[in-house]
Design a protein around this ligand. Structure first.
Ligand code: ADP
Ligand code: MG
Length: 622
């Protein structure tokens, strides 16, 4: 034909083609998976189009895929009756339009990812065919009645041609001229085997030599008894392209209040495959096996966005706009059912498989916390999913139920401590009292925790209290542990000390007073506020660059040797510079432990001076 046009691929596609056609890949068979996946997409889109549009070419054609071959001529053909492509769509989809995916794909290849694991994920799956092809011809006719047919041809080098074609039926035919070392793909058993392995769940029939080669059943509509563990794992693989087994799968079937068939998965990783920060999260939504939406975000609460899977409901009207799907009552019912089932299964996992649950918690615990903060109606449901390390758990994870279960009878509140790291909270002076009285304290060191505790004010009717809360109802409040040293400070000496602290710290503290609770530590900071204001201050410190924590109350342990020696120094040598340096350093160390110090590096010169003095006086007495 005379109207052949020659067009150039973009540089990155050329590069991609060069790599694919010149390297030797073990798993070349996946080129077929990619062609079949494109055919299946085109059929799904056709199916959806026919729901709303009467005016299509070949309305009665069977929605199916045919794989044919010629063993002598070394050719392979994949044809579908899908949506097809116009000339412009050819250029856009397989041609000259820039492919950001090509760059991303190559970058991941360089990083050592396998072609077969990633090629489907960057919108470049089609080009996989050049691993096995010397030449590829794609002839397509769009479903639009007025469109004409075109043939796209390329040898996988820098250019392709577009030629008008005389295909009269709707859909796409991909003809592959196999490379000399790839001729074994032109065999029925081989093709059948590949279809079964990679494309079994494509929901349209795939004919190899007039025989349907794929199982095609919608797994989610089968009875769970008829589905094996391997089937679930394989379906997950084909659904997500995640080649690691999921952590958990669940299969939901019900008919009241809505018809519902769903298979959901919890992946093993947060950043599964190469799709870090997947923006297109969501569930595949079907109605009677017809794909309505690829990534529906309304079927689960947002904090469950790590869940993968499919949902099929006959109660979802087929011919409705997406916006109405979103607001339909049916979706509301489904969402409720899926959410409650997921929570139930996760609770069971926690009870029955603690190791798996630990992995879940470490991977997705942040999402549960997000849920506790945001799901006002469903919060109580989520509380059993929470896990914490505590002052008594030795690093193990503890649920709130376990915590409450081992509370002494006299304890009426749950205690937690907020901080930046486990080490910081474990060494905190706030724990003096709790250690001395063998009371367990929850360690909250995740950046999300200050948010979460604002919503988590009680558990089973018992208040959750910050250990620095000034009005704790402590079980043994009137028996503070006795000071260690015999030498009691006189009220006058202690009064002077307090005045000195106030003088040195000035605006930095709201008040300086004696502590009733400290035993091993010289001092601690407690909040001047009660309630969520304090947690909010922590949150704001993370979010606002120049936010300053409001001044707190400094409590001093009158029985601590360091405090006593300071008081003696104030009486005997009030101008010794070590006094003020020590006071300032005590305060800074507290801020550091609390995770509230604005600039810890500032402390270094002072610490050095203190050390110099200590060394000098040690040398003198030696
Ligand atoms: P992806 O499938 O991820 O979009 P591909 O490289 O596999 O990336 O395909 C590129 C595009 O080419 C598809 O998005 C689609 O628009 C078009 N395409 C490929 N094969 C077909 C087909 N059989 N029928 C219709 N369009 C197709
Ligand atoms: Mg594709």
């Amino acid at each position: 034909m005379s109207q052949t046009e020659s067009l150039e691929f973009k540089a990155e596609v050329r590069q991609l083609l060069h790599i694919l056609s010149h390297s030797l890949y073990k798993e070349r068979e996946i080129f077929l998976r990619e062609l079949l996946s494109n055919a299946s997409d085109a059929l799904h889109r056709m199916q959806f189009e026919m729901l709303t549009n009467q005016d299509v070419l070949d309305p009665d054609a069977e929605l199916a895929i045919h794989v044919d071959f010629d063993a002598e001529a070394h050719t392979l053909t994949v044809s579908d009756t899908g949506i097809g492509m116009t000339r412009d769509e050819f250029v856009e989809n397989l041609g000259t339009i820039a492919h950001s995916g090509a760059m991303a794909f190559m970058k991941n290849l360089e990083e050592g990812q396998k072609v077969e694991d990633i090629i489907g994920q960057f919108g470049v799956g089609f080009y996989a065919v050049f691993m096995v092809a010397d030449e590829v011809r794609v002839t397509s006719r769009s479903y639009r009645p007025e469109a004409t047919a075109w043939t796209w041809t390329s040898q996988g080098d820098s250019a392709y041609t577009l030629t008008p074609a005389d295909k009269v039926t709707r859909g796409t035919v991909v003809e592959v001229q196999l490379k000399e070392d790839a001729t074994d793909f032109a065999a029925a058993w081989r093709l059948q085997q590949i279809v079964k392995k990679h494309s079994n769940y494509v929901s349209f029939p795939i004919y190899v030599e007039k025989e349907v080669a794929n199982q095609q059943t919608a797994l989610w509509r089968k009875s769970p008894q008829d589905v094996s563990e391997d089937d679930y794992a394989e379906f997950y693989r084909q659904l997500t392209l995640d080649f690691e087994k999921p952590l958990l799968h669940l299969h939901i079937q019900s008919d009241v209040p809505v018809d519902l068939h769903s298979v959901l998965y919890i992946p093993r990783h947060r950043d599964r495959g190469v799709l870090r920060m997947r923006a297109d999260y969501g569930l595949k939504l079907y109605s009677r096996k017809i794909l309505i939406q690829e990534d529906n975000k309304d079927l689960l609460p947002e904090y469950m966005r790590f869940v993968e899977g499919v949902v099929d409901s006959a109660d979802i009207p087929l011919n409705v706009a997406r916006e109405t799907v979103q607001s339909s009552r049916t979706i509301g019912h489904i969402k409720k059912a899926l959410r409650s089932r997921l929570v139930k299964e996760l609770r069971a996992l926690g009870d029955e498989k603690p190791d798996d649950y630990k992995l879940f918690w470490e991977t997705f615990g942040a999402f549960v916390k997000e849920g506790v903060s945001s799901d006002f109606g469903g919060r109580d449901d989520l509380l059993p999913l929470l896990r914490f390390t505590t002052s008594k758990s030795g690093g193990a994870l503890v649920s709130l139920m376990e915590y409450v279960g081992r509370m002494p009878e006299t304890q009426t509140e749950l205690y937690y401590i907020l901080g930046d790291t486990l080490d910081a909270v474990a060494g905190s002076p706030h724990l003096d009292y709790f250690r001395a009285h063998d009371l367990e304290v929850l360690y909250l060191v995740d950046p999300l925790d200050p948010f979460m505790v604002q919503s988590l004010r009680e558990y089973e009717g018992k208040a959750l209290k910050n250990v620095d809360d000034p009005d704790l109802k402590l079980p043994d409040a009137d028996t503070p542990a006795a000071p260690e040293t015999g030498a009691e400070l006189s009220p006058a000496a202690f009064g002077q000390l307090i005045v000195r602290f106030q003088g040195v710290l000035g605006e930095g503290v709201k008040e300086v007073r004696e502590s009733k609770l400290l035993t091993d530590s010289p001092c601690r900071l407690v909040s001047a506020e009660t309630g969520p204001v304090r947690e909010m201050a922590r949150v704001r410190r993370l979010l606002e660059q120049d936010f300053e924590i409001p001044p707190q109350i400094l409590e001093i342990n009158r029985g601590h040797p360091l405090i006593q020696n300071l008081a003696h120094m104030i009486e005997a040598q009030p101008f010794n510079p070590l006094i003020d340096m020590t006071i300032q350093q005590l305060f800074d160390s507290l801020l550091l432990l609390e995770g509230l110090h604005p600039n810890p590096a500032q402390m270094a010169p002072r610490i050095q001076k203190i050390l110099e003095q200590a060394a000098a006086s040690a040398a003198k007495t030696a």
